[in-house]
Design a protein. Structure first.
Length: 396
């Protein structure tokens, strides 16, 4: 894509929609795992393994994204991946076997990650990634809000776990036509002969630290999100109220992403990341004393606000450090590793009968991610002192 068309509205819409489809499973994961346990009689460790298997598939595909993301036709790849994901998810609806369910979510994870990687790369190619990543997170959360708000009463209560899966598949097919608005892909080319930020050499250490920050951030957030419904269940709260709260928490994720859209790159990426981490630590402290529904609700909402704000600037940080335009896709497997580890770890930690270890693990994960992001900023700043910064104001 050239500078002239990479900011086209149709391309941005397609990138946002691709991201929303690619992360669909994550946004409904608490309800998916809870429903699977209720209707299939699975143990806590078994439902934790479902999430781990899904995100293992999610991670493996985009772990090699560096090699294929600029070579594959994005339209054909995203459509084919969507059909594959639908088939993988459907396997869990037509067969009650637990191994079949695991195999299906593994396949779906790999396919959905390709779509998510393409959407992330498309938006990373724009001239203002922070803004469009904010819109991306908003669209992802909004899709989850709709599903979490309506599926329990309209679908799950009548058709159970299988109906929930079919609703997810239907959502993929409804949004699939918009993939046709994607460009074919390929490297970003510059219309101008002037030096741009993209012509600078990427500091791989800085990018690596940012990717580590993405991994740890998503691991800590996902540990909390994947078992948020079970945390409410263990507190004896009304299941309907918990389901509605999960939808409300995604509104807070929307709010966090809207904040990112509003401020863009005005304060850089590090300051918003610090704010997001602070919100998460406050949420952990609140949830540790969640002996009342109001405290549980406040903590859950703060967790998702930090997701909406933090993910936006985590990906933006990697995009800004990626002057070659080839590494930003690796944020997807970085997030995928975090999301793969989280449900299994949470299930194992919670199997002892309490959720305090889950809260502690989430807190330490985000402490690590904040240290990694700060270190990435320091390394990049030192590099900039050695290599003169580009003077083209239009550079990404």
């Amino acid at each position: 894509m050239t500078d002239r068309n990479r900011d086209a509205a149709t391309i941005i819409v397609a990138g946002v929609v691709a991201s929303a489809v690619g992360i669909l499973f994550y946004n409904v994961m608490p309800l998916y795992l809870g429903t699977a346990q209720d209707f299939r009689g699975l143990s806590t460790r078994q439902i934790g393994l479902i999430g781990t298997v899904f995100f293992t598939g999610f991670t493996l595909t985009t772990a090699v994204g560096f090699f294929w993301i600029r070579r594959f036709d994005w339209k054909l790849t995203s459509v084919g991946a969507a059909l594959t994901a639908a088939a993988g998810l459907s396997a869990g609806a037509v067969n009650d076997s637990y191994p079949v369910l695991l195999a299906g979510v593994f396949v779906a994870g790999g396919a959905l990650s390709m779509i998510y990687g393409i959407g992330t790369t498309v938006l990373g190619d724009t001239s203002n990634p922070a803004r469009w990543y904010g819109v991306k997170i908003s669209a992802e959360a909004l899709t989850g809000v709709v599903l979490l708000a309506f599926l329990p009463a309209l679908v799950i209560s009548r058709w159970g776990f299988a109906g929930f899966i079919w609703a997810m598949v239907a959502t993929i097919f409804v949004l699939l036509p918009l993939f046709l608005l994607l460009p074919k892909g390929g490297p970003v080319t510059e219309d101008s002969g002037e030096q741009t930020e993209q012509s600078r050499t990427t500091n791989r250490l800085a990018v690596g630290l940012a990717l580590l920050g993405c991994l740890l951030f998503m691991c800590g957030e996902s540990v909390m999100w994947s078992f948020m419904e079970r945390l409410g269940n263990s507190g004896g709260y009304d299941p309907v109220a918990v389901g509605r709260l999960l939808a409300i928490t995604l509104v807070f994720a929307l709010t966090g992403s809207f904040v990112a859209v509003g401020i863009g790159d005005r304060f850089g990426s590090l300051i918003p990341l610090i704010v997001a981490h602070t919100c998460f630590f406050t949420a952990i402290a609140t949830l540790s004393r969640a002996d009342q529904f109001s405290a549980y609700a406040a903590g859950a909402c703060l967790v998702m606000f930090s997701v909406g704000l933090g993910v936006t600037y985590a990906v933006t940080t990697a995009a800004e450090l990626d002057h070659d335009g080839r590494y930003v896709v690796l944020t997807v497997p970085a997030f995928g590793v975090g999301m793969a580890v989280a449900p299994g770890v949470a299930g194992w930690l919670a199997s002892g009968g309490g959720f305090a270890p889950v809260l502690i693990f989430g807190a330490f994960s985000l402490i690590g991610s904040l240290v990694a992001f700060i270190a990435a900023a320091v390394v990049e700043r030192r590099t900039a002192l050695v290599v003169p910064a580009p003077t083209n104001d239009g550079a990404r």
